[in-house]
Design a binder for this molecule. Structure first.
Ligand SMILES: O=C(O)C(=O)C[C@]1(C(=O)O)C=C[C@@H](O)C=C1
Length: 358
């Protein structure tokens, strides 16, 4: 009897090792699948695939285990597979906190973003004239703002809307920035214009509509200036991180992520400011995170409360639009602050002890 027991156990030991070899072989296949899915910005978890496999396995099952037992065993195998992929997934993302636990601090000469200082990116939606930008620059400089924004290439919903001054707008922004000792940032919308951005700008912005313009991202990854990358209108955090990965993977590590609201069913605001995206991103990535309160809320009356919330939840900075006379602005006239509103905005934000309810 013992011989029979021993013989069966020996056979079982061999089956265990065969199972082990098959499980590890499966693990290698799963890792390869995970790499392919990561490169395409796909999530590790694919429930439909898992259901198809379970259906096929159960069809082939002839006992002695119960169907439910077989399903449970394979669900554990799938669970281990996902963990294997997610470990690989997060570890290999250059932007992930797993890869680099310490914060990335983006330096623009003596200005730093991501070191705990709250930075403000303020200026008009569009560069319309030297005088217009110069007037805003003087006011924001006086309030201690160090980064001036202004759109020169304007991706607009309608082709008939003001499209921006192009290179002329970049020149104006550069001249005004130099005149007031401000860093300047503007959106670049085409890969061929990244070189223009490097010529005139201290920071290049990639807008929400271009977050997955992969050719633009790759070109930005070769640029020698920092990039502000705005979240796409309907982009998941995962897609947002992968878009940043496209840039970093080309060699440019200086990225500032910008939450600018997501498209939802809600119409009370222009977009829905996903305020918890800030702590989620700070957990998932070492990159600094800013919040654009103008394009997210689309409402002047919400700019200050949204900015307070953003700073309180941990944002590294705030972006908002300021125009000498918003009523006659060539774009975003509804959302831009005029100068008195901006002064109230920035003074309230800079002196938290004096924060007043609006
Ligand atoms: O087929 C895939 O897409 C895989 O990633 C493999 C696998 C698996 O373990 O078989 C892993 C995770 C998914 O949820 C689905 C399937």
């Amino acid at each position: 009897m013992n011989n029979q027991l021993d013989s069966l156990r020996d056979e079982l030991d061999q089956v265990n090792i065969q199972l082990l070899e098959l499980i590890n072989k499966r693990g290698q296949l799963v890792k390869e699948l995970g790499d392919i899915k990561k490169a395409q910005g796909m999530k590790a978890y694919d429930p439909e695939r898992e259901r198809d496999m379970l259906n096929h396995i159960v069809e082939q099952h002839q006992g002695p285990f119960e169907y439910s037992t077989i399903e449970h065993l394979f669900k554990e195998i799938f669970k281990a597979a996902k963990e294997l992929q997610e470990d690989d997934y997060h570890k290999t993302l250059l932007v992930s906190r797993d890869k680099q636990p310490t914060d990335t601090i983006v330096a623009v000469d003596d200005l730093h973003i991501g070191n705990g200082e709250q930075q403000f990116v303020m200026g008009p939606c569009s560069v319309e004239s030297f005088e217009q930008v110069d007037q805003v620059a003087e006011v924001v400089k006086k309030q201690g703002v160090r980064i001036l924004r202004g759109g020169a290439f304007k991706p607009r919903t309608s082709p008939y809307d003001f499209q921006g001054l192009g290179e002329e707008g970049l020149k104006i922004l550069r001249d005004v920035g130099d005149r007031h000792g401000l860093k300047v940032v503007s959106e670049i919308t085409h890969p061929n214009d990244i070189a223009l951005g490097e010529k005139y700008l201290d920071i290049i912005q990639i807008g929400a509509r271009n977050m997955q313009n992969f050719d633009l991202l790759k070109e930005a990854g070769k640029a020698n200036v920092p990039i502000i990358l705005k979240r796409g209108l309907a982009a998941t955090i995962n897609e947002f991180l992968n878009a940043a990965e496209y840039i970093v993977s080309q060699g440019n590590p200086n990225i500032i992520l910008c939450e600018r609201g997501i498209r939802t069913y809600e119409t009370a605001t222009r977009n829905t400011l996903d305020i918890t995206a800030v702590p989620v991103l700070k957990r998932e990535t070492h990159l600094p995170v800013m919040v654009d309160v103008t394009h997210s809320t689309g409402r002047r009356d919400l700019l200050l409360p949204a900015a307070k919330a953003a700073l309180a939840i941990g944002a590294d900075g705030i972006m908002a639009e300021v125009h000498p006379d918003p009523a006659v602005a060539l774009s975003d006239s509804q959302q831009q602050m005029d100068i008195p509103t901006f002064e109230h905005f920035i003074q309230n934000l800079r002196q938290p002890s004096l924060l007043t309810h609006d």
